[in-house]
Design a protein around this ligand. Structure first.
Ligand code: ADP
Ligand code: TRP
Length: 333
């Protein structure tokens, strides 16, 4: 059976971008694949989070995973730092990654541009840790949003390099995966770029957001002047609103507003109200489950413990194989 793996960093609450770019695919895969889903807390360290808020975010992402429908009976669900074999593989892969390719990585360049004061080694080797996450279970498919494509390409390079160096076919070449063929990029509400946890206030809609707040944020979302020519190309702000509708609204609703846009009779107020209503409807059942699960710390603990045990079993097999191949098998123990 093909193996699937993915993770999300516990750097804040999950938003619609995380849901439609990543989690929705996790759900669709867990019935007919061997799945590993984890909370990537080691990846969050690069921004030096406060320890208390990091551990509380780990809990909230775990609750959000489960509330979205990840099922511990079907998938292995764990916290990254509970599986020390990942850090071990990271160390072993580090010498296969070159400074030049790490420095060329878009996410590294973006992060050092934004945070000149904190250019640490963890940021530079982020793609190596991500490769270790994936290769530790020798996964084939990695459901992620479009922004992660380059990291996947780097993972494939490290896997191929390892196989070549040790003359084996040990690691498969993992592929980024999205059901809709094209990787999804959910836009933010501020008119440009993607929805993200750490973008400007008002850019993201969180799964646990209150109905009032969803409505307010959508009301404030950027728009553009109404069309004056029939069938004109939509400005990016309007395209973004339609893109969000595409995720949560019915085909009929979308068609209704498309027709109005195309015959220039569109009013953005009613469009936004409909969009807000459909997002509220979509998020409500998930939000209710998040609230319940977060109260149930015992259950979260049991799930994390079971997940770590299963993940370590699979990780150990890989580490044993890698160490044998690299000449690190212990002679004395
Ligand atoms: P954020 O960018 O909000 O910090 P992460 O980097 O932790 O989120 O991303 C977790 C997962 O969600 C990744 O698979 C990423 O590709 C996906 N993702 C995040 N934002 C979006 C978005 N706006 N559209 C599509 N996928 C996204
Ligand atoms: N880098 C991913 C992100 O920022 C999170 C992540 C870490 C990940 N390790 C992974 C995703 C392994 C898929 C597989 O979104």
């Amino acid at each position: 059976m093909e193996k699937v793996l993915s993770g999300i960093r516990p750097t804040g609450y999950l938003h619609l971008g995380n849901y439609f770019g990543a989690v929705k695919n996790f759900l669709a895969l867990q019935d007919n694949h061997e799945c590993f889903f984890f909370v990537a807390n080691l990846h969050a360290l690069t921004t030096h989070p406060d320890p208390l808020s990091l551990s509380s975010s780990v809990k909230s992402v775990l609750a959000e995973y489960l509330a979205c429908g990840l099922d511990p009976e079907k998938s292995t669900i764990y916290i990254q730092s509970d599986v020390p074999e990942i850090s071990e593989l990271y160390t072993l892969l580090n010498s296969l990654a070159y400074k030049g390719e790490l420095e060329k990585c878009t996410s590294f360049k973006e992060k050092i541009r934004k945070h000149e004061e904190n250019i640490n080694a963890g940021l530079l080797t982020y793609p190596v840790l991500m490769a270790a996450d994936i290769l530790i279970h020798r996964a084939h498919k990695v459901p992620v949003g479009k922004d992660q494509e380059q990291h996947l390409e780097m993972t494939r390079n490290f896997a191929v390099r390892f196989n070549h160096r040790y003359g084996v076919d040990f690691f498969p070449e993992p592929q980024a995966f999205n059901f809709s063929q094209q990787l999804v990029k959910v836009p933010g509400l501020d008119g440009s770029g993607k929805m993200g946890k750490s973008e400007a206030e008002g850019n993201a809609l969180f799964l646990r957001e209150s109905n009032e707040s969803i409505i307010n944020k959508i009301k404030k979302a950027k728009t553009a002047p109404s069309p004056t020519e029939p069938n004109s190309v939509k400005p990016i702000e309007i395209e973004n609103l339609f893109m969000l509708m595409g995720l949560v609204s019915s085909k009929e609703t979308i068609q209704y507003f498309e027709d109005k846009y195309n015959d220039c009779s569109i009013q953005y107020g009613p469009l936004k109200m409909q969009l807000a209503e459909d997002i509220v409807k979509f998020a409500l059942p998930i939000k209710e489950k998040i609230v319940d699960l977060e109260k149930n710390t015992d259950l979260l603990g049991k799930i994390a413990k079971l997940g770590a045990e299963k993940a370590r079993e699979s990780a150990n097999e890989t580490i044993k194989g890698v160490k044998n191949l690299m000449g690190l098998k212990s002679i004395w123990l």
